[in-house]
Write a protein that binds this ligand. Sequence first.
Ligand SMILES: Cc1cc2nc3c(=O)[nH]c(=O)nc-3n(C[C@H](O)[C@H](O)[C@H](O)COP(=O)(O)OP(=O)(O)OC[C@H]3O[C@@H](n4cnc5c(N)ncnc54)[C@H](O)[C@@H]3O)c2cc1C
Length: 561
Amino acid sequence: MISKEKQTNRFECDVLVIGGGMAGFYAAIRANQKGLKVTITDKGTVGRSGFTPWANTFSIFDESLGDDPQEWIKAVQSKGEYLVNLAYFNMQIEDSLARYKELLNWGIVDSRPEEWDKTSSISSRKYLLGHDRRILMPKILKEADITMVQRVMITELLKDDKQIIGAIGFHMESSEIMLFSAKAVILCTGAGGYKAPGYPIHCSTFDGDAMAYNAGASIAGKDFMDFHFTGDINPWDVFQMEEEIFVNRIYPTKGPELEGPSVSIDPIFKIHKNAPPLNEFLPKEPPPKNPEDYRNKGKSLMPKLPKGNIVMGAATGLGVHKSEGIWPVNNECYSGIPGLYAAGDALASMICGAAYPSTGMGLSGSAVQGYRAGEAAAVFASQCNNSTVSSDSVTSASERMFAPLKSSRGFNPRWVNQVLLNTMAPYYILLVMEKKRLESTLNQIEFLQQNLVTRMKAKDNHELRLVHEVCNMTLNAEMKLRACLMRTESRGNHYRQDFPARNDKEWLAWILISKGKDSKMSLKKEPVPQKWQGNINEPYEKRYTLRFPGELEYLENVGGK
Ligand SMILES: Cc1cc2nc3c(=O)[nH]c(=O)nc-3n(C[C@H](O)[C@H](O)[C@H](O)COP(=O)(O)OP(=O)(O)OC[C@H]3O[C@@H](n4cnc5c(N)ncnc54)[C@H](O)[C@@H]3O)c2cc1C
């Protein structure tokens, strides 16, 4: 019995936070402020793993700088194409400034010269270089007496017949079993991609979605893609984006603008419609011998490569920030499974709807929701008694967790990951979609799940972690393909070549995905409340100002609008 062979380390707390990015940081801080015993765990290192270290803008709503709530709401609704959850968006309006001021006090960002506030232009509201959040975040948690358990890959949530009672994982160095008992668990596990060589986000593999789905929660937002920009010479490699400087200062942004396009998938359409030969963009000169010459000294740490055209692929597999993840059944980040909460990129809060409306909403959304989830989980936990995790459930979860180490034969998870990436990455699968292509890709993913994913073998802890991540990424791929097939329209960052127009009659709705009784994936529509649908009587071209390729011709033919 594996659980008897390996040492089991036990941790007891009131609130367990899984994931140590901005959402997890705030969830832990808030639950701790409410007087509860909090543990935070991360498969990497708190403050250094996930997306949080790379973000450099933070969106704040500040009435004293002239921000108008109605203008913000109108802009985000229009850019998110009427799939925005306004209850969660209102939290941004209510809380983002307070969270920002706390970050300022902690020194995670520096104060700004006063005259910058007198103008409303985004560039003039930049803040000075902040201190290193990767050092400060763990320090602040430690000072608050919050237990940090790092380098732990959590593989399963533990449940009794009433509620979630903890989680189990293994330690990346010692390979020991890490068993957490808690009265409430907050998933702050971030979003994910398929480990393309682009953004440095390889620990982000949709683990929270998979764990919550297996525990009975619903998942949403898988039908909107945002792979992020890169160049077309090697579309999955972000190093062509010479302007991108990672781990920079954090500065605030103004929020969604009423005019102009949202951050959208527009460039991919341009390439698709009129792609010039790729070799036109290949380097004309051989690479310089001295690697230093690659660098743009003083500006960027990135090697300078020829840029080519802008396409998408830097975070292949990623959805719209804050739109994909665990579906909240109320306005308190609650998953609907007693004791289970989620925040940040792991929560389908839908503050952005179908397309990312403005820079800064990612990081600030995680701070705002982390705080709210910490508070709600603390209230729940303070009304609960301790539950004991039975030794039987520890044994069976450990056996599932370590099984790939025991296999004598099997596929290497690195190769299976590569197959998954190659299957899902081409732009004509998830960015320019069509029924037959989606169906044939789903067919391949099902083959992968049945024949490869179930037969992976791990020779050490690193491969073991990858086995679990590949399972989670493949489950996510299935969710994406099924949701994209179901949404028979185009909207925001969801473009169907065979349905290239919005269809308000059918699709002012989110798609919720859950595990059916037969263990099969089940999808259903969740209508957007009427009060959040905007003016549906507005003329089509006015309501939707961005055009999809082929949209107007399609509308002429079907007589729609
Ligand atoms: C390159 C880049 C640039 C960006 N720029 C901006 C920007 O300028 N402005 C902006 O607003 N947003 C930006 N974003 C988005 C923003 O960073 C995210 O929306 C935000 O940081 C998410 O925070 P989070 O805490 O929800 O998740 P994350 O920061 O991703 O944290 C999730 C944590 O969970 C841990 N975890 C995951 N699975 C497990 C598991 N199974 N067991 C244990 N731990 C686990 C991970 O290791 C990670 O530490 C950027 C993202 C990237 C990648």
